[in-house]
Design a protein around this ligand. Structure first.
Ligand code: BDP
Length: 721
């Protein structure tokens, strides 16, 4: 049966709305905040263009399309047209596929639709029988859903709907969130409460919030979600939990969101009763095959497994003398008959720590290039250490032409101020995506590696470690919503600018008022650099306190592994500061293609932002600014702290332009950030001064407290740990 809502007047269409009125301004609505377009002329324009609504098709996805349109148009346009002189225009909104909608079919969009593939869409103004039509057309229902979210975004950001002609298709195929959520509902590196997945009440209770989660992801075009922590619990693969995961998959399916799980490599032993998990053992292989068959019986569109193996104590193929490819391929063979994928993480560093940690993943994986099955992607963190405020791109990008490499970004800000600091991450991610690897000469960017255009990968992917939890506003801080948003937009199209993403997000989340949008955009765009300045300027990295990574701990030197200690990374001594990764040091520079190896290896040519990442630099070294290294360090730390005070002032000037509740939370968090930026600055300078033996230059404040004070601070219950 096809329910054709042909030419259902907007008024009638909205009358069918069953949803409640918009909730209070507590951030729950995210960027899907459909508040009335206040400008009456603009609202009259939308009423005229969208006078009728024609959404055909009766799939669950098309039901979601209709729900979203009702909710969106009801909120944005109201139930009555504005009381302005009626225009003669009576346009119709048509949304569907050529198969579901006769109007779409009649437009003969064949070639244009072919070009946007199975998830893309066309958004066009057309004319049908003398009537103006706004068409959202796609080859699939989920493409229509994505297109409808785009249309709503245009209205939310107050764009006129005249003569639209847009064709959108994702540049990356697997656009994923990775939840580091545990079955007990704690979240590793989660700063927004507990896990959204209420495993205990699943499958019987399907929290309506799951649907809102799926809506938010679909609005960005995200199409996969890994439900569980990479530090995996084998229990999720038992029948009881698979039934729960299947319930979530049912809720997400209409929104084009596939479910994936993390596979604990030792599961055959822990829940299968086998004596080994050796990937070459036929009984182990048979166990995984049977497990895959079982999973697909309850989740027919199951996406596959994400695996962290032989990393930070997790079990893996090396426990049996096998390599990463042998491990990944065994799982890939089990999933292949069902079309499932293995996302095998390259975040590995050896238990024996013989080598600069920054080099280890490259050393282990490059020799395996070409040995992975077709349904394996190797998932690589953006940088070679671990989600630091700034890292050079991971040298694996470009170095494995025969193996699809996918990007892993961290949305949750483990090392960037966690749940409170305002740090808009799009500029950081773009810096990596736009970096030139020189893998095939100049102009071989990281983005071209991961979108497959450089090496012709069959599978392409981008994953973001989620920052979502049970907090009412989803992400703990309102501005952390922008990072979920930005990640989704970049996974769809990595060429969009950080500015455009920020501007869209601000308009959708807060207001279209330019007097608000401009300063907030400015704050966002500068915020990442501010964090780098007050935490880890000039290429410093991994200086965070033990375990929870909250706050400064550059002095830490007592952890069991050398490469867990901040002192391993900054190498401060009386001569200078920084990690020598040139040929005279660990030679990590040699993992980069020419000319980057020479550039990074040269003290004169290395970009200043990576200086101490690659070089041990004398305290009196003359920096381009004319300052010595020590004076430059003081300057950067001070600038970072000042940038946060500046953000605080800008925000204070916006009071009254948005609702009080959200205004006040941001103001309070910025005050915390200002205090903590000062703490970072002072603690770091007090510590590094014990090596530099140089005074704080004139014009800069001395640290507020003694080093002993900073050393005494302790945060036993910092969240996310
Ligand atoms: C580090 C986190 C740790 C994760 C690990 C990973 O501190 O909690 O388990 O990454 O990515 O950033 O596996």
């Amino acid at each position: 049966m096809k329910i054709a809502y042909a030419r259902l007047g907007l008024f009638l269409f909205l009358l069918l709305l069953g949803t409640a009125e918009a909730r209070a301004e507590d951030g729950y609505e995210l960027w899907l905040r459909y508040h009335r377009v206040a400008d009456e002329t603009l609202r009259a324009h939308y009423w005229a263009v969208l006078n009728d609504v024609d959404v055909a098709g009766d799939s669950p996805t098309m039901a979601a399309v209709r729900d979203e349109l009702r909710r969106g148009l009801h909120g944005l346009l109201g139930t009555e047209p504005p009381n302005l002189p009626t225009t003669s225009q009576k346009g119709v909104l048509v949304a569907g596929t050529p198969a579901s909608s006769a109007t779409v079919a009649s437009l003969h969009l064949g070639a244009a639709l072919d070009a946007v593939g199975s998830e893309g869409y066309l958004l066009q103004t057309a004319e049908v029988a003398g009537r103006r039509v706004t068409v959202v057309a796609a080859n699939t229902d989920v493409g229509v859903l994505y297109g409808v979210f785009h249309l709503l975004r245009l209205i939310q950001t107050h764009q006129p709907l005249d003569d639209i002609n847009l064709a959108e298709a994702p540049k990356i195929r697997h656009r994923m969130l990775n939840h580091w959520d545990n079955l007990d509902r704690t979240v590793e590196r989660g700063y927004a409460g507990f896990s959204l997945w209420d495993w205990h009440k699943l499958p019987d209770y399907r929290d309506p919030r799951y649907t809102d989660y799926a809506r938010a992801n679909a609005s960005l075009g995200l199409n996969g979600t890994v439900l569980t922590n990479v530090n995996a619990n084998a229990l999720v693969l038992t029948p009881m939990y698979l039934e729960k995961a299947a319930a979530l998959a049912d809720v997400f399916r209409p929104y084009g969101l596939r479910v994936y799980l993390t596979a604990r490599f030792s599961a055959p032993i822990e829940i299968g009763g086998l004596e080994t998990a050796d990937p070459l053992d036929p009984a182990v292989q048979a166990w995984w095959q049977a497990k895959a068959d079982e999973i697909y019986r309850s989740i027919p569109d199951f996406g596959g497994f994400l695996v962290k193996a032989n990393s930070e104590g997790q079990p893996g193929p090396q426990d049996y003398g096998r390599n990463h490819a042998e491990g990944a391929n065994m799982l890939a063979d089990a999933l292949a008959p069902h079309g499932g994928l293995v996302m095998w993480r390259a975040f590995v560093y050896s238990a024996e720590e013989p080598e600069d940690r920054a080099k280890q993943a490259y050393n282990e994986f490059v020799p395996l290039d070409g040995t992975f099955r077709d349904n394996v992607l190797v998932q690589v963190k953006n940088g070679p250490i671990d989600f630091q405020p700034r890292e050079p791109f991971h040298p694996l990008f470009g170095a494995m032409p025969e193996t699809p490499l996918m990007m892993e970004f961290q949305i949750t800000k483990e090392y960037l101020g966690q749940g409170t600091h305002l740090a808009y991450l799009a500029p950081m991610w773009k810096e990596v995506l736009d970096a030139d690897t020189y893998a095939s000469g100049e102009g071989s960017t990281v983005a071209e590696v991961i979108d497959g255009s450089l090496h012709g990968y069959a599978h392409t992917g981008m994953a973001g470690v989620s920052n979502i939890g049970t907090d009412r506003n989803w992400t703990g801080s309102l501005f952390d919503q922008a990072n979920w948003y930005a990640f989704g937009r970049l996974a769809w199209d990595h060429t969009i600018s950080s500015e455009e993403i920020a501007e869209n997000w601000i308009r959708m989340t807060f207001t279209n008022d330019p007097a608000f949008v401009a300063p907030v955009k400015q704050m966002m765009l500068e915020s990442h650099e501010a964090v780098v300045n007050y935490m880890t300027p000039l290429g410093l990295h991994h200086l965070m306190a033990t375990g929870h990574h909250y706050g400064p701990g550059p002095w830490v030197d007592d952890l069991p592994r050398a490469d867990w200690n901040p002192v391993y990374y900054h190498r401060a001594d009386t001569l200078g500061l920084g990690f020598n990764r040139t040929a005279t040091g660990s030679d990590a520079v040699s993992q980069y293609f020419s000319p980057l190896d020479e550039m990074y290896g040269s003290l004169e040519k290395v970009p200043e932002k990576y200086l101490l990442w690659f070089h041990h630099v004398p305290w009196d070294y003359a920096m381009p600014s004319g300052r010595t290294l020590w004076a430059e360090l003081v300057h950067r730390y001070s600038r970072g702290a000042a940038q946060v005070r500046q953000m605080q002032e800008s925000w204070a000037g916006l009071e009254g332009m948005i609702d009080d509740e959200r205004y006040a939370q941001v103001a309070a968090f910025l005050a915390m950030q200002a205090k903590e930026a000062r703490w970072w600055r002072d603690a770091s300078l007090a510590y590094f001064q014990t090596f530099s033996h140089r005074p704080i230059p004139d014009g800069y404040a001395p640290p507020e407290h003694s080093l002993a004070y900073y050393l005494s601070l302790n945060f036993p219950y910092a969240p996310g740990h």
